[in-house]
Design a binder for this molecule. Structure first.
Ligand code: ADP
Ligand code: MG
Length: 260
């Protein structure tokens, strides 16, 4: 059976005033159905570039992206849904009309789409907010709406780029737990991009550790916290959590010696 997602030898450079700069070098990785894969690496290591290449918003200089056995390099695949770093809700559209955007674009009837959105709002404990505008929502609710907007199109692969970065800690933990509730066992593949080691270890089944300049994978770690719980505090209590955290920290987080 093909991987849900496979990337082979992805390389990407940007042109800068100092000439071409290699941002990603020779990145190969894969993700399975029902798997939660995190990419963790420091700011500027090319995570968002990688995200854009996987989603097809950007073409690589070399290498290929294969979704479910089909090459999709440089193309937007209907099988991939994504949530961006900023929630990017349309301020003039109500919550429900923001959620149905993707279905509307695909030509679904507005009535059907709204009914589907109402069911999602119920599942995400946001019934009653259908006709609010994004400006009337808290940061956490906006992120829930952004996730629902992706989920309503029923993508096989969900890509998330540092979506919880700007949230305060308790809210971040709450949303992370909800994410596990919604995707674990759903048969979907999640690709989660973050600079936050803690977040990667708590959520993922497998972590690709990246370094910067150029962005490369330096390690692949299978995570087994020994618990099925979706509660983030419980997952962090796992005695194995610190082992994984330290291993990644040693690889990318430990301060480097600066040569004067
Ligand atoms: N369009 C662009 N043109 C030139 N350089 C870019 C462009 N986009 C990103 N970069 C640079 O590429 C590197 C990786 O950026 P990015 O993929 O956003 O990293 P991350 O998401 O890990 O912070 C950074 O040094 C950034 O400044
Ligand atoms: Mg980024």
């Amino acid at each position: 059976m093909p991987h849900a997602l496979e990337a082979m030898s992805i390389t990407k450079s940007y042109m800068t005033s100092d000439g071409p700069m290699t941002v990603l070098r020779n990145m190969s990785f894969h993700a399975a159905k029902d798997e939660f894969v995190a990419f963790v690496g420091p700011s500027g290591c090319g995570k968002s570039t990688l995200f854009n290449i996987i989603t097809g918003l950007l073409g690589p200089d070399a290498g290929s992206i294969v979704v479910d056995g089909r090459e999709t390099t440089g193309m937007v695949s209907a099988k991939i849904g994504y949530v961006l770093q900023k929630d990017l809700l349309f301020p003039w559209r109500t919550v429900v009309d923001n959620i149905i955007l993707g279905l509307e674009v695909k030509g679904a009837s507005k009535r059907e789409a709204r009914a589907k959105a109402s069911r999602l709002l119920h599942d995400y404990k946001m019934s009653g907010y259908e006709n609010k505008l994004p400006g009337e929502l808290s940061g956490g609710m906006r992120q829930r709406v952004a996730l629902m907007r992706t989920m309503i199109t029923d993508p096989q692969i969900i890509m998330i780029d540092e979506s919880y970065k700007a949230l305060d800690y308790p809210l971040k933990i709450e949303l992370e737990g909800e994410l596990l509730d919604h995707v674990k066992g759903s048969g979907k593949t999640v690709i989660f991009i973050t600079h936050d080691i803690e977040e990667a270890v708590t959520l993922a089944d497998r972590v690709y550790v990246m370094k910067a300049h150029p962005g490369e994978i330096v390690e692949e770690i299978r995570i087994d916290l020994g618990t099925e719980s979706h509660s983030i505090p419980e997952r962090r209590m796992s005695p194995r959590f610190n082992e994984y955290y330290d291993r990644i920290w040693q690889r990318i987080g430990a301060p480097r010696t600066v040569n004067a």
